[in-house]
Design a protein. Structure first.
Length: 217
């Protein structure tokens, strides 16, 4: 007797396939902030972020994710500073043009809050990081191309935060200021704002081709 696709031969139900989601490039970004001159925050942004999420909200602790950031597209709002940050003192984008991350949810700590463990790679150096993740919601939305509604896309949103010591990734430029201060803090806050689209909907509506043309991979 041949087992049905949704059954195992021992009679136990087969594991349900975890839905996959693709980061929506126009509404996904990676940000960071560092203390400057001991007194304020400087914020930086990467808008070119692509990746995948494998998630069933009925079983969130099976979730995994991976992504890639184009480090050459760094922006802080000041061209001279951006050029310095792209250079060998900081991100060295000529030799390390991408930042990558990959991980999984490890613990549920509230209705919408989770812990995740990930590996973060900057300047070719990979380090483990712990992340605080907040689920921002899920919604079915129309997919408009011009004046035509091509169907429904399911969107999901998350915010993930972590703090790293930049010296762990050899982002080590520093200068001192009088009184024992430093120009740039060693500890850096990182935030990922992720909006993702359900892959099944991307295929059903043909939106997958649209987003490929938009450069989403």
């Amino acid at each position: 007797m041949t087992a049905r696709p949704d059954e195992q031969t021992d009679g136990a139900p087969a594991a349900r396939e975890v839905p996959s989601w693709t980061f929506e490039p126009g509404h996904t970004e990676a940000g960071f902030r560092a203390r400057h001159m001991m007194v304020t925050w400087v914020h930086g942004l990467f808008k070119d972020v692509h990746g995948k999420l494998h998630l069933d909200m009925d079983q969130p602790l099976t979730a995994t994710f991976e992504g890639e950031i184009d480090a050459t597209r760094l922006w802080t709002g000041q061209p001279e500073r951006d050029e310095h940050l792209r250079g060998p003192d900081f991100f060295d984008v000529e030799h390390h043009p991408t930042i990558t991350f990959a991980g999984r949810f490890t613990e549920r700590i509230g209705d919408i809050d989770f812990k995740a463990r990930a590996e973060l790679t900057i300047r070719g150096i990979t380090r483990p990081v712990e992340m605080d993740v907040s689920y921002l919601g899920q919604w079915k939305t129309p997919f408009w191309v011009g004046e035509e509604n091509k169907g429904t896309l399911t969107r999901i949103g998350f915010e993930a935060k972590t703090r790293v010591n930049r010296h762990d990734f050899e982002v080590s430029w520093q200068d001192e200021i009088p009184g024992g201060g430093v120009v740039v803090s060693n500890e850096i806050d990182i935030t990922l704002d992720i909006e993702a689209l359900l892959d099944a909907d991307l295929r059903a509506t043909g939106a997958i081709e649209y987003y490929r043309e938009q450069g989403s991979g």
